[in-house]
Design a protein around this ligand. Structure first.
Ligand SMILES: Cc1cc2nc3c(=O)[nH]c(=O)nc-3n(C[C@H](O)[C@H](O)[C@H](O)COP(=O)(O)OP(=O)(O)OC[C@H]3O[C@@H](n4cnc5c(N)ncnc54)[C@H](O)[C@@H]3O)c2cc1C
Length: 408
């Protein structure tokens, strides 16, 4: 399989890289200092950086179809290396309006929203004027099985009334977040995969109570945050429902295909940068009369990391290519494979880079700790490893059985 990028993708790769070298890398440390010392405040230079990216036509690059003036209409394979470049700095994708959960939410609105829903929420999201959150996971049920979700969405006249408790609502703490996409049940007695619906809930609706931020390994991921949210008799117009009652599960599945490519390519960008930093560090320090780079164990760590990154990259590009040519459903096994492989690969590669940095590797002087946390949390978010393995194992047994039948 050959992943020769199109001229358009190569040209954009050069421009995204140049933009990051000029505008993002120089502010990387200043950004972290600001957000760790000013909880729930947005970095003051963020809007200025976004305006520059927009003026440079490096905006909404993720959206795989052409949505008017808002998107250049790249394929997943064309966009994947751009996500990798952005992943070298944990907060860079937002500057290009390409950050989760907005990307997935914009795709949902672009694919499934009515013209009125798109005018109210998609347009400001595409312009980067507001941000959004996706509320599926609940504290009271094992949410890796989405059919367990308990939040109720009940029709009353021209309104829906929503009651439930959500958590891990990424972005809900951000002062710029104005809308939630909430998943709940409109028909708890219906067929298992038709009970759920998705509905748009403005964050300032009475009854929406953003209760507390959850920490991730002691860090709040400010200003996005991951919130626990109570929904207490929240009333929204019936026209806020996405597609129709019973379509929530189907929308959730559609939302996660390209989103997993984005996460994985960003993680690969982080892993590649960790390896680059490791290579630099070991050529700068000497122990026991020898450069650290000269030790065989260090070279093995570097060689293993390079192999693992390249394997993960090729697998992820194969998944992107399959989505482009045959659709998300046909690519489901490859999407499961990257979700299983890439976050763990990132943790392993970054862990080796941390070790080679000594104490410096765990503090704020490098981005390594942040890359490790990102890899570790994506082993849970968008479905834990085991759930993808459970499904991939099942599909593999089924396809092997078909092959065995054919050769008998
Ligand atoms: C940083 C972060 C950000 C997140 N952002 C969002 C967000 O924006 N919106 C949102 O809705 N959710 C979000 N989540 C939630 C995430 O999607 C859930 O945590 C995840 O789906 C798992 O659900 P759960 O926590 O209820 O774990 P559970 O469903 O209780 O699962 C716990 C564990 O059980 C085991 N397990 C489950 N099923 C199987 C199986 N089939 N085989 C073997 N073992 C199994 C696994 O080890 C699994 O990790 C986020 C999570 C994190 C950590």
């Amino acid at each position: 399989m050959n992943f020769e990028y199109t001229e358009r993708s190569k040209e954009l790769q050069a421009r995204v890289d140049a933009f990051m070298q000029e505008h993002i890398f120089p502010l990387e440390k200043e950004y972290y200092e600001f957000v760790t010392q000013n909880l729930w405040q947005v970095y003051p230079k963020l809007d200025e950086l976004k305006a520059k990216a927009r003026a440079a036509d490096l905006w909404n690059l993720f959206l795989p179809k052409n949505y008017g003036d808002f998107s250049p209409g790249l394929s997943n394979l064309e966009y994947a290396p751009l996500a990798e470049l952005m992943g070298r700095v944990l907060w860079a994708s937002e500057i290009f309006n390409c950050s989760a959960p907005d990307t997935g939410n914009m795709e949902v609105l672009a694919k499934y929203g009515t013209p009125a829903q798109q005018a109210q929420w998609l347009t400001p999201l595409m312009k980067g004027e507001i941000r959004s959150a996706f509320l599926m996971t609940e504290p009271r049920v094992a949410s890796s099985d989405a059919t367990n979700i308990e939040t109720s969405i009940v029709r009353e006249g021209d309104e829906y009334v929503i009651n439930g408790r959500k958590w891990w609502s990424s972005g809900a703490m951000n002062p710029h977040t104005k809308v939630f996409i909430v998943m709940g049940k409109t028909d708890p007695e219906g067929p298992r995969h038709s009970q759920q619906s998705m509905i748009l809930v403005p964050k300032d609706t009475p009854g929406v109570n953003v209760m507390r931020p959850l920490s991730v390994f002691g860090n709040f991921d400010s200003p996005e945050g991951h919130a626990e949210v109570d929904l207490d008799n929240v009333r929204v117009p019936a026209s806020n429902l996405l597609v129709g009652e019973g379509q929530g599960f189907a929308i959730a599945q559609g939302r996660l295909g390209p989103g997993r490519i984005h996460h994985c390519m960003r993680l690969i960008g982080g892993a590649q940068r960790a390896l680059d930093l490791m290579c630099k560090r070991v050529t700068e320090r000497t122990t026991f009369g020898k450069l650290v780079a000269g030790y065989s164990s260090i070279r093995q760590d570097i060689a293993k990391s390079r192999c693992e990154i390249e394997q993960a990259r090729l697998l992820t590009l194969a998944a992107a290519d399959k989505i482009d040519r045959f659709g998300t459903k046909a690519a489901k096994d490859l999407i499961a494979m990257i979700k299983i492989v890439v976050p763990t690969m990132t943790c392993n590669v970054v862990d080796r880079a941390i070790q080679a940095h000594g104490g410096m590797g765990v503090c704020q002087d490098t981005p390594l700790a942040g890359f490790w946390v990102y890899g570790r949390t994506v082993r849970l978010a968008d479905g834990p490893d085991e759930v993808h393995m459970y499904q991939l194992g099942k599909n593999t047994i089924k396809s092997a059985a078909a092959r065995v039948e054919m050769v008998r």
